[in-house]
Design a protein around this ligand. Sequence first.
Ligand SMILES: Cc1cc2nc3c(=O)[nH]c(=O)nc-3n(C[C@H](O)[C@H](O)[C@H](O)COP(=O)(O)OP(=O)(O)OC[C@H]3O[C@@H](n4cnc5c(N)ncnc54)[C@H](O)[C@@H]3O)c2cc1C
Length: 386
Amino acid sequence: MDLTFNERELAFREELRGWLAQNPPVPEPTDGGEDAHYAWRRDWQRRLYDAGWAAPSWPAEYGGRGATLTESAIYFEEIGRARVPMAANVLGLLLGGPTLMVWGTDEQKERYLAPILSAEEIWCQGFSEPDAGSDLAALKTRAVRDPAHPGEWLVTGQKVWTSGAQYSKWCMLVARTDSDVPKHKGLTYFLMDMEQEGVQVRPLRQITGEAEFNELFIEQARIPEENVVGGVGNGWKVALTTLMNERAGLGFALQVRLRQLLDDTIASARENGLLEDPLYADALAELHIRCEAIRLLAWKGLTDVERYGQPGPEGSLVKWLWSDTNQRLTQLAADIVGPQALTAGTAWSYELLRARGNTIEGGTTEVLKNIVAERVLGLPRMKVTA
Ligand SMILES: Cc1cc2nc3c(=O)[nH]c(=O)nc-3n(C[C@H](O)[C@H](O)[C@H](O)COP(=O)(O)OP(=O)(O)OC[C@H]3O[C@@H](n4cnc5c(N)ncnc54)[C@H](O)[C@@H]3O)c2cc1C
């Protein structure tokens, strides 16, 4: 692994850093609740879009910059470093768009990619269900062809934990279209219009107090045939493309954010005279080592993608370590910062509470440990006894 950047990469970082310095986001709204906060993130994405920075890794023909993997990692590092808000349409930019680029028809790419980039149309991910999360292929939402309207599908079922559904125009929906074949084979990937009577969105309030995700109740929702992505019965493969993108890219912004939180915690420990305490110093040193290990593992993962064309199972190790470290760090920060971290509405209390979900979203820690055990360490596969 060679972490020396070439001239093009250094110029890329320089240009982005300069743009971010000259174009900071407008201040975060202090009232107006979650809707105002979301509108602020949407405005920020529009500004990125206007300057050509919404999705640099997208090919130039779709409005990106054709950034290499390394440049894309640099992009997320700089976005994290500048402490700017997350683009509003993060699922469209990181999951939906790249999935369409692989599996979409020319008409689908033409229709959907530009409004994703400009945040005109927000996307959400309708994968998880009450009885299908880690075992996604067990999902029960059904899509059947409507005999009364050839060329249309009717969808009925329930999705859950659907982040951003309340703001979304389109849902990446995986549904069962054939129950007579093995569970992975009977699935189809659809783009479902959220603005219809058959789709009801109910917010779920999290421990942080915000309703980041939702339940979706789907009752005879209509989807035209041209909104099938990748062919009927091919939904598992298309969904895997979406999931592979979920664990890439953003990781670089998250590890920079982790570093910033650690630096803030060290500053706070210094202010409170706790750096002289060997117990705190020891805990902070361990977190420092973990942060460095995560950073280097993330870059190593990128080298693997460049060498083998796809992310290796080691990516699971980065997500597991990051989420575990973030929980340890926010817990230690609460000890160091004191009551402020336990007072609702403070930035520290938000970090402490939001970190709980990190070990669940995008693959639970237990499932990631299975992947690392079986595919990195080569241990025997888990046998499930009924
Ligand atoms: C903040 C957040 C945002 C989310 N956003 C979305 C979204 O936008 N769209 C979406 O579709 N989903 C979303 N999810 C859902 C997320 O993908 C699921 O929660 C996750 O896949 C786990 O599924 P589950 O909740 O059904 O738990 P389950 O899969 O039922 O797991 C329950 C417990 O069993 C363990 N377990 C399960 N299988 C195994 C196994 N084989 N070996 C060992 N242990 C196992 C798990 O680790 C867990 O502890 C989000 C979740 C969170 C927390």
